[in-house]
Design a protein around this ligand. Structure first.
Ligand code: SF4
Length: 487
């Protein structure tokens, strides 16, 4: 489809909104009518004309024209106009209304801080057109995360460590994750440099007087490291950082085919407080469809092994919308997970990323094509996890998600993962180590965030490691600016 963006700067927001309504269209954005060189089945025209916004949608179902009743004001004015035109043209009512951002709970928090909970809820419903059930989910999530975010001090931060290797690449994956077969040789060198970067980051945090609250090792699949590599990585963190205020240390064990007793022992003896064992699904046919080499039974056995060895805080990730999964099989997975009784369950809606194998091969699974099915699956998860005593505590969204839904972390009382809240609410600084890591420096006195990127791929990380250390110098400089501004 063509999206015309004429004489206004809001192309990014307009594209995102178009994708909500037409998730399978390729959006080609043009800034002048004469640039349209090939006829398209659908056009969405947005423009500022004679001081007013106008939206025109044309496709095989007809034409909708929506001029703004008042003079053009801001981004919201145009997006609300575009949203109402798309809604009326398609007859679709997106559950999250016109919200397309990653962090809806952060927006709700900001509105709540400004106007109070009741007014924030009204604005969510009436200004942003969020459905009643999603507004309620957002309110529950905000309520659960507030005690954690309220406790953040101005010098607090979290540490993220990236291990961007996996045994195979899942069909839906777009992360920086390379299969071990292809990159095995890089692992020892990567590991050695990672330990150096961890030490350099600790030095930097120490010189700035920062206080570490949470450590999260993610990826990829960190347990592609050997038990010995895991031990030395954890020990390096323990030796380099002051962990006296750090209340959690998570390692995503991730895929059951990378976990064994020896690795779990390394994590346990290293004082890891939380691990993830991520089934995504407990249906063998679906596991095969997504390119996993393990069975559902292996996931269950790995979980039980971790429990027997003494892990008391385990997360399990699930995905709505995987190819081959049906409503019945998804519900069966939920029931199996509930029987295992993990402390955290994270339910994702499959996001079709451009670089994933599923997207590239053109496979479209039913739950992705059928928003109502994805919705039913998510509703079942929400109902059953609530009945089982879990509460939603962090939530985020991505573009092109099944059913235009969300990813939600659920926790038993007392088991929320603070790191997940900090990173999604952007409450405090996150210092990141490893390939694909992004340090986010939060100005403690405003909502400003500065990002410092590490190289994406492990081979770049290895070959240009010196540049990573140079970029780290930016952390100190930025903190100086934050602190100067307040003096
Ligand atoms: S386990 Fe995660 S990071 Fe690894 S390939 Fe699968 S989706 Fe990607």
């Amino acid at each position: 489809m063509y999206l015309f963006v004429i004489d206004h700067p809001y192309h990014y927001e307009a594209e995102n909104l178009c994708r909500v309504f037409f998730p399978f269209d390729k959006v080609v954005t043009l800034h002048a009518l004469q640039d349209a060189d090939e006829p398209q089945a659908r056009t969405v025209y947005t423009a500022l004309e004679a001081g007013r916004y106008v939206v025109r949608i044309h496709d095989e179902s007809g034409e909708t024209v929506r001029p703004s009743p008042q003079a053009a004001e801001d981004e919201y004015g145009l997006m609300a106009l575009l949203f109402s035109a798309l809604r009326d043209h398609t007859g679709k009512l997106p559950r999250w209304g016109m919200l397309t951002g990653i962090h809806p709970i952060k927006l709700l928090r900001q509105l709540t801080e400004r106007y109070g909970a009741a007014e924030a809820n009204r604005l969510f419903r009436e200004k942003y057109f969020v459905s009643e059930e999603k507004a309620s989910l957002a309110a529950r999530t905000l309520q659960a995360q507030t005690p954690v975010t309220a406790d953040v001090g101005e010098n607090d931060y979290s540490l993220y460590i990236s291990v961007p290797f996996c045994p195979t690449r899942c069909a839906y994956c777009s992360f920086v994750s390379q299969s071990v077969e292809k990159t095995k040789k890089q692992i020892p060198q990567y590991h050695a440099l990672l330990l150096q970067e961890i030490k350099a980051t600790a030095q930097c945090a120490k010189s700035l007087g920062l206080r570490l609250r949470a450590v999260y090792v993610g990826g990829g699949t960190p347990t592609t490291f050997s038990a010995e590599q895991l031990r030395t990585m954890i020990q390096t963190v323990r030796d380099a950082f002051d962990l006296s205020a750090c209340t959690e240390f998570t390692v995503e064990a991730g895929r059951p085919d990378t976990i064994d007793r020896e690795k779990l022992l390394a994590l346990l003896e290293g004082g890891i407080t939380r691990i993830s064992i991520n089934p995504q699904t407990l249906q063998d046919n679906v596991l095969r469809n997504i390119g996993r080499r393990h069975t559902a039974q292996q996931t269950v056995e790995t979980f039980q092994l971790a429990r027997d060895m003494g892990f008391t805080n385990i997360n399990m990730d699930l995905i709505v919308g995987l190819p081959g999964d049906t409503y019945e099989s998804f519900c069966d997975t939920i029931e199996q997970v509930i029987r295992l009784d993990p402390e955290n369950v994270t339910v994702h809606a499959l996001a079709l990323k451009r670089s994933s194998r599923i997207t590239q091969s053109g496979e479209v699974n039913r739950a992705h094509a059928d928003a109502a099915l994805a919705d039913r699956m998510m509703a079942y998860a929400e109902k059953r996890l609530t009945e089982h005593g879990l509460t939603p505590y962090y939530l985020y969204r991505q573009s092109r998600m099944a059913g235009n839904l969300e990813n939600t972390g659920w926790a038993k009382p007392g088991y929320v993962c603070a790191y997940n809240i900090f990173t999604m609410d952007e409450t405090e600084t996150v210092l990141a180590c490893g390939a694909g890591g992004v340090s986010k420096l939060k100005d403690p006195y405003s909502e400003d965030l500065t990002r410092i990127f590490n190289f994406k791929y492990s081979y770049e990380y290895i070959s240009r490691y010196g540049e990573i250390l140079e970029r780290k110098e930016g952390i100190g400089k930025r903190y100086e600016q934050f602190r100067k501004r307040i003096c």
